[in-house]
Design a binder for this molecule. Structure first.
Ligand SMILES: NC(=O)c1ccc[n+]([C@@H]2O[C@H](COP(=O)([O-])OP(=O)(O)OC[C@H]3O[C@@H](n4cnc5c(N)ncnc54)[C@H](OP(=O)(O)O)[C@@H]3O)[C@@H](O)[C@H]2O)c1
Length: 240
């Protein structure tokens, strides 16, 4: 354990799995106190058990539920660093994607992300300090076959990240966008369209690990006070 983040509180959405969980583990190892959010209580409890007692508090709920966002708001004044990470994905050909899946992705990846960032942003402005890390994607700048609506949500989230930076930098708040390419997590588990499965089977590179992305988040939040890592893009070698 190092103590570079000793005394800092980090709130992470989507900390029950994948990139968010790896980020929670990594920042806790740097001494941060973690507030871990997600819908799966059992997974959040396992994260708590994997770290020293008192290192992690959990707050279980759905980011699309306004009553849950009120609970987040009650903690907001404690938060030094906010990792806006929760997200969902369904790959399918554009003409086969259901309206329900489109709404689900925009609701979670854009609208819920915006609402929770506004809540944390207001508290950071009041304290005139803070750091927000947005988990966007390479899909925030490029578009891929079979990933249309997911790419659109990540383009929108990136626009919001850049807008928050412009409006909040004057209050001493940093905004970093971490934009990974393909990462080996559960996020694609629900994408079972035959075209998607065929595309995955012919992939010629190895996906990034969640730990590699967590290390990029740690780099950003450990940067010197006057250094603002605005955008960190990371891709699997050979995937450009
Ligand atoms: N994997 C990739 O290839 C990749 C690449 C670039 C960017 N990203 C981005 O990285 C972020 C994390 O993805 P991941 O790959 O780590 O996926 P993951 O393993 O599926 O984790 C997603 C997390 O989001 C949470 N979540 C989803 N919907 C939620 C909701 N309505 N309310 C609260 N929490 C919710 C999940 O928690 P619960 O299920 O417990 O609620 C889970 O902890 C996402 O924003 C994703 O778009 C991923």
């Amino acid at each position: 354990m190092t103590s570079a983040l000793q005394g800092k509180t980090v709130l992470i959405t989507g900390a029950s799995a994948g990139i968010g969980r790896a980020t929670a583990m990594t920042l806790a190892q740097h001494g941060a106190h973690i507030i871990a959010l997600g819908r799966r209580e059992d997974a959040l409890k396992k994260l708590q058990e994997a770290l020293p007692s008192g290192a992690v508090r959990i707050l279980v709920g759905d980011l699309n539920d306004d009553a849950y966002l009120k609970q987040v708001e009650a903690l907001a004044s404690e938060v030094d660093i906010f990792v806006n990470n929760a997200g969902v994905l369904r790959y399918a050909p554009l003409l086969d994607l259901s309206a329900q899946d489109c709404e689900w992705m925009f609701q979670t990846n854009v609208l819920a992300s915006l609402k929770v960032t506004q809540i944390l942003g207001r508290a950071m402005v009041a304290r005139k300090a803070g750091h927000m890390v947005f988990m966007t994607s390479i899909a925030a700048r490029e578009v891929y076959r079979l990933a249309s609506v997911y790419c659109a949500t990540k383009h929108a989230l990136s626009a919001l990240a850049r807008s928050f930076r412009l409006e909040l930098q004057g209050f001493g708040i940093k905004v970093t966008e971490v934009a990974p390419g393909m990462v080996d997590t559960e996020i694609r588990a629900g994408s079972d369209h035959p075209d998607v499965l065929a595309a995955v089977a012919t992939r010629k590179f190895k996906a990034l690990t969640a730990q590699e992305v967590a290390d990029a988040v740690a780099y950003a939040v450990l940067a010197n006070p006057n250094c603002c890592p605005d955008l960190i893009e990371l891709r699997p070698q050979g995937s450009a």
